[in-house]
Structures are given as C-alpha cells and as structure tokens.
Design a binder for this molecule. Structure first.
Ligand code: TMP
Length: 235
C-alpha cells in the first residue's frame, strides 16, 4: 500500500477507494515532543483495539468519526480527512501541563469541563493557542470551532459515563478533528491511553501513557487492563 503520511505512532496508507485510508498503529512511544522515545511491544495493537471500541461507542451515540471498522490487530479502516491542525484537549480534573503552567492544585475539578486548543506543530512543540489565534491563523472558521467544541464536550460526556461503569476516571484527553470530502467535521486520529488520562477509580493508579512519561513502568499491563474492562463492558 502507498504511504500517505507517517507520524510518531501511526502510518496512514492509501486504499483503492479515494475517500478511505488504512491507519496502521505502531509500537513507538514518544513523550515531551519526541525527546523521550521507546518501543513498547504490542502497544499499537492495544491502541488500535481500544480506539476501535471508543469510536464505535461514539458512533452509537450519534457522534461522527472517521472510523469505519477495525481491519486487523494493528489496522483500522477510516474515512480520509484533512486534519484541522488544532489539538483539542478537554479536562475534567487538573493534572499535567495545566498544573505546571497555571499553578493550579493537582486534581482540582473543572465544572464545567475545560477545553483548550494547541497548535498541531511538532517543530514549535504544540504551543497552547486561543480561539482568536485559530481565526487569525485561518486554522478553522467560527462555525468549525463551534462544531468542534460541541463535539468535544459530547465526546467527554459519552466517554466519561461509559468509563465510570468500569471504574475508570476520565481525567483529560486530546482529540483531533478532520474534514471529510463532503466538508463535514468528524472526530479523527485515535482515542487511546496514549491520548487520554485514565485513573483507576479504586486505586487511583494511572492506566495511560503517563506510565511512560513519568517512568512508572508496566505500560502494557495497564493498557491491557483498560482493554479487558472495555471488552467486558461492551459485550
Ligand atoms: P497535558 O496535560 O500534557 O497538556 O495533556 C493533556 C491531555 O492530552 C492528556 O490526556 C494527554 C494528551 N496529550 C496527547 O494526546 N498528545 C500530546 O502531545 C500531549 C502533550 C498530550
């Protein structure tokens, strides 16, 4: 298959149909804008399976996504989109970069949830930007941003409620949005423990990429546990 794009964790391939792509999940793990790197065997498989479950869940709840179906352990079929170069973060509890940047106490709840925008640009280290920057830089229109915010909050509600049933707290997550050929905006990229923070509701343990970022170890074990709980819940 012809490669369309290769990122840090995934490869996108062309298919025979011009509006569809295959997304291949790699085992590479990076943090701090790829200053920290490793290969974690099987991570790609876990993220593909977990993302597929989440995209299915969103679709069932009327949220449009790029997802069509899981093809194999490491591959998903998706609609081809033009990615809007804005990373959208939704936070329910304060942790990570916001604690450092603004001096907020760890675990402070955000009611309503907080939404933030970051410019998707590795060379610049994905800097935080505001609504006006998005318009000024022509990254998206007012109408697009309105839709993106509405979808991001809906995704938060659906995922948070679903995860609560399996004793996982959805602390925060990052979404990317894409435009399909018909100009409609859909949730794209992946939704996995690489792009979300999941805390075990009982033990408080981190079940996400912070295990790698903070050198806590056992990443695969925790990703497997997330998948195990999701599979138990969906059936
Ligand atoms: P942050 O607290 O480091 O800003 O991260 C917020 C959320 O976004 C967290 O769930 C992890 C996710 N995230 C990504 O998916 N990709 C990234 O490059 C970064 C920095 C965070």
């Amino acid at each position: 298959m012809e490669k369309l794009y290769e990122g840090k964790a995934k490869i996108v391939y062309k298919t025979e149909e011009p509006d569809k792509v295959v997304i291949y999940f790699k085992d590479e793990a990076t943090a701090f804008n790829a200053q920290k790197k490793d290969i974690i065997e099987g991570k790609g498989i876990l993220n593909n399976k977990i993302s597929s479950i989440f995209f299915n869940l969103l679709e069932k709840n009327g949220i449009p996504t790029h997802f069509i179906k899981q093809l194999s352990d490491r591959e998903m079929l998706a609609y081809k989109t033009t990615i809007i170069p804005v990373e959208v973060v939704v936070r329910n509890l304060a942790t990570g970069s916001i604690v450092k940047r603004l001096g907020i106490t760890e675990k402070t709840p955000f009611n309503p949830p907080l939404i933030e925008f970051y410019l998707k640009n590795d060379q610049l280290g994905d800097p935080i930007i505001c609504y006006e920057h998005i318009l000024a830089l022509g990254l998206a229109t007012e109408e697009d941003i309105k839709k993106i915010k509405e979808l991001a909050f809906k995704v938060n509600q659906v995922l948070k409620d679903f995860l609560k049933n399996i004793d996982i707290i959805l602390v925060d997550f990052k979404l990317e949005f894409g435009k399909k050929d018909d100009e409609s905006i859909v949730v794209a990229d992946e939704i996995s423990p690489d792009t979300c923070r999941f805390w075990d509701a009982k033990s408080g343990e981190r079940m996400d990429k912070d295990r790698f970022r903070l050198n806590l170890g056992d990443l695969s074990k925790y990703y497997e546990e997330v998948l195990r709980r999701l599979e138990g819940e969906k059936s």
